[in-house]
Design a protein around this ligand. Structure first.
Ligand SMILES: NC(=O)c1ccc[n+]([C@@H]2O[C@H](COP(=O)([O-])OP(=O)(O)OC[C@H]3O[C@@H](n4cnc5c(N)ncnc54)[C@H](O)[C@@H]3O)[C@@H](O)[C@H]2O)c1
Length: 335
């Protein structure tokens, strides 16, 4: 039985705890939130947890085997350093951290970490991504030519004062929502060479917070990727990623699943086999957050590598910070 401590008892802390409760192999045993009311509410839901008063106290507690960091992005460094000091397995929500300074400090630490360091790129635990990876590896679309990512969210409800709406704390859509697709673009296209981005960066003069980025990246081999992401109010919402190859294209959409388009444009739905991610536990298939947590627990117990670890955290962060630097300076950033 793996005993799990959670830093940050907000939306993701609760989501991970709910999914841990579905597993036979793990139990949540401790929580730390800077807001005592959040820790109390968490304990009301999970009565067996002990409440800790700092990230360090939680990480070093004897009843904690795995540390989950689900605090806001600008606080990840505090949680990571506390957990690293104990040598225990770590699962940190994405992105790795907020600033270039924190990244410079953390990148060598997490890449040299000898125990599990997993990052929350939950889309890697979806059957659609696993099938897309398999089809690309099997040559279904041939050599990749270009790619486009669209993460348009028109239902953003957060208000000023929430840390998500503070660009200095969250990094806005560039570091937050788009992080998953930066990771997937790196996975499918390889190493980015350059990026140019234009972004709103949560301008404070707007009555309600909104954010938007449009970026173009070039990958090794000349593959061009276009990325668009938003937190907007009142418009449509959809998330998809299309990878175009010499022999066809694959589009993975949250609303429509995975579709293959042949050279003539004919579309064929591609259904992922139930077992493509491996059956860790029968009742959790179809829920990528539950799959993610089940896999991390398995990795912590067995020493297997996660689907997204320090390397993926660092590469996506490099890309995200590159976008941010380009949006802030107006320059093309070369990696
Ligand atoms: N993987 C995903 O799909 C996904 C989705 C949403 C958020 N996230 C990431 O998860 C993290 C948390 O996001 P959230 O939506 O749960 O935020 P949230 O605001 O709902 O929860 C954050 C919690 O952390 C607490 N907190 C603040 N500072 C702290 C500190 N220094 N130490 C401990 N606790 C602290 C807050 O009181 C709050 O309860 C962020 O990094 C975010 O980018 C990932």
């Amino acid at each position: 039985m793996l005993k799990v401590g959670i830093i940050g008892a907000g939306r993701m802390g609760n989501s991970h705890a709910d999914n841990l409760a579905k597993l036979d192999s793990a139990a949540v045993t401790a929580v730390y939130d800077i807001d005592p009311a959040k820790s109390d509410a968490f304990k009301a839901k999970f009565p067996n947890v002990s409440i800790k008063r700092s990230a360090a106290e939680l990480a070093s507690a004897p009843e904690v085997d795995l540390v989950i960091i689900a605090s806001p992005t600008y606080c990840h460094k505090e949680g990571i350093l506390a957990a690293v000091a104990t040598g225990k397995p770590i699962f940190c929500e994405k992105p790795l951290c907020r600033t270039a300074e924190d990244f410079k400090e953390l990148a060598p630490i997490v890449s040299a970490y000898e125990n599990l360091f997993a990052i929350g790129f939950v889309r890697r635990y979806s059957p659609g991504v696993a099938l897309m990876e398999k089809l690309i590896a099997d040559g279904k679309i041939g050599n990749i030519i270009c790619s486009s990512v669209c993460c348009i969210f028109g239902g953003f409800r957060r208000v000023w004062g929430d840390w998500f709406t503070d660009y200095e704390k969250s990094g806005g859509v560039m570091l937050d929502m788009l992080a998953h697709h930066c990771d997937l673009q790196n996975k499918f296209l390889g190493k980015p060479v350059s990026v140019y981005a234009q972004a709103m960066r949560l301008p404070k003069n707007l009555e309600k917070p909104r954010d938007y980025v449009s970026a173009t990246a070039t990958y090794e081999g000349g593959v061009i990727s276009n990325l668009e992401c938003s937190w907007l109010r009142g418009g449509p919402s959809d998330t998809y990623m299309t990878v175009y190859g010499e022999k066809g294209a694959l589009k993975l959409s949250d609303s429509e699943g995975l579709t293959f388009f042949d050279i003539g444009g004919e579309a064929t739905k591609m259904e992922a086999d139930e077992g493509i991610l491996g059956h860790l536990q029968e009742d959790i298939s179809g829920n990528m957050y539950a799959q993610e947590i089940a896999t991390i627990v398995d990795c912590a117990l067995t020493g297997k590598p996660p689907k997204a670890g320090a390397k993926e955290a660092i590469e996506a962060m490099t890309f995200g910070l590159g976008m941010i630097r380009s949006a802030e300076t107006g320059e093309i950033v070369r990696f």
